[in-house]
Ligand binder design. Structure first.
Ligand code: PDD
Length: 277
């Protein structure tokens, strides 16, 4: 595996950051996950635009190297030489003696890893997955893709321990998103998903899938479904870089629709594959 740390490519096994990196001590950083299809990074401009937004939102000035990100990502992908690659890119506020307030004049730490992208088990995409609901205990700026992921970590772990694939996060009775994905619901012939705003990450895949749905003429309402509305959902699916379009067939013990991936999930899954592959 290949890594990039502050200007240099190296073997991932040799890549290190100092103990006083603020990413490690405060989660004071932002990140992106980008994958390739057929060796080419997918939606890279959208990911880098969101990275710039996340950095700006935490008052982190992008380093010089940011202008070369597209070229560096390409180079890492080439060096890793996997059929498909999962690119992790993280910028932290840098290395400084531990103090909550911003340090003066330190260079941000830029790291990237290039690992084999294992395709999702085709059986999951074909048959759908089970999910559970979990309280959304995250902070008030979930639109920032920050490396503070403890609430997401706990929710996903709980889901896996319950034999489920993902946790649907519930805030004030409404489904915001998943621990690692956005959530879409088909109900009364239309598509529903939480609006972009501080309660969700504006997923790159979410945006693309909404575009595809619009092209199909599906009515779309960007309004979070309530826990109650979920009961009468015809279809539920997840979107995200790592999950693509992934049908959900049970939520906790409740069966969604017929218990099989529904026609709109399948259609958008297919349209997504046509764009990605
Ligand atoms: N996560 N919501 C959350 C909380 C996420 O962490 C992610 C992605 C998404 C989907 O966003 P996108 O379509 O841009 O990948 C939604 C990445 C993959 C991760 O943390 O591994």
């Amino acid at each position: 595996d290949v890594a990039y740390v502050n200007g240099r490519f190296m073997d991932l096994a040799d890549a290190t950051v100092p103990v006083e990196d603020r990413g490690l001590q405060f989660g004071d950083g932002v990140y992106e996950v980008i994958r390739t299809y057929r060796g080419r990074p997918f939606q890279v401009e959208a990911h880098l635009a969101r990275l710039a937004q996340s950095a700006a939102a935490i008052g982190l000035a992008l380093p010089e190297a940011a202008r070369q990100f597209p070229a560096l990502i390409d180079e890492g992908i080439r060096r890793a030489a996997y059929p498909d690659c999962k690119v992790y890119l993280q910028i932290t506020r840098g290395v400084a003696p531990r103090d909550h307030a911003f340090p003066g004049r330190v260079a941000p730490t830029v790291i990237m890893t290039f690992r084999l992208m294992r395709p999702l088990d085709p059986a999951l995409a074909a048959n759908g997955v089970a999910v559970v609901m979990a309280d959304d205990i995250r902070w008030g700026r979930c639109d920032i893709k920050s490396v503070n992921l403890l609430a997401n970590v706990l929710a996903r772990q709980r889901a896996l321990e319950a034999g489920a694939f993902e946790a649907l996060l519930v805030r004030g009775g409404r489904i915001t998103e998943g621990a690692v994905s956005n959530v879409m619901v088909v109900r009364q012939g239309g598509l529903r998903t939480a609006p972009v705003g501080p309660e969700i990450l504006a997923g790159v895949t979410r945006h693309l899938v909404l575009e595809l749905a619009r092209k199909e003429g599906l009515p779309i309402k960007e309004e979070a479904v309530t826990r109650d509305e979920l009961r009468s959902a015809d279809e539920v699916f997840l979107t995200g870089t790592t999950v693509e379009v992934l049908p959900v067939v049970t939520v906790d013990a409740m069966v969604i629709g017929s218990g099989c991936p529904g026609p709109i999930s399948r259609l958008l899954q297919q349209r997504f594959q046509e764009v990605a592959l």
